[in-house]
Design a protein. Sequence first.
Length: 220
Amino acid sequence: LDIRITCVVSPSDRTSDDVRTQAIIAIIARYLRHSKSEYTERPFQYSFHSTIPKSGSAIFHSTSAEVVALVSAVLYFFTQKEHTADVINTIAYEVEKKVRLRPLGFANTASCTGGVIYCRKEFEFLKGIYQLFVKIPRAIEDTLFIVYIGETEETGQELTQAVGMLYKKNSHKAEILLHEMEKCTKRMVVSFVKEDLSFFQDTVVKSQILLERLGGVPVK
């Protein structure tokens, strides 16, 4: 997906007092103090230019991309230095936690790093979302497209809770399904390495069926 958001930050007499902007300033300042970085906190204004397509009145998942772009731009504005994707993504996730209800961290990571990402979470304190250093081959990439179904009634958090309820109700069934999904994840990586389109397609279908059986898919 060669679509992106560009954020332009410039000096101003005052900074917006909206929740998102103030959260970004506070979290960035805390990070810079903790890392003992030289910076100057100055009032600013900002604007976005987006090539992310819109569907009707709904914007296609641009909120997290805006946070990532704005964090990156404000970091540079305060320090006059570029920062790594890991630093930008970590700060963006902290901002997301301030302005959204328990975000999962996938949207900001996908917006920040691009490529293929994966998540592991043996325990809450070991949760991590990382970029996988393997490229999707063109043979597979050229077959992919996005279907926008509009807003769903269930939030990501509610779907996660539904999976948790299944685990409490029938842990044996949930363990089997989760184990099979782990195998699907490994197969998907193998399909990228081997550039095997049919293997990739079969894995996607199986993964979707398992996700539905877990209860992690919106009804719509």
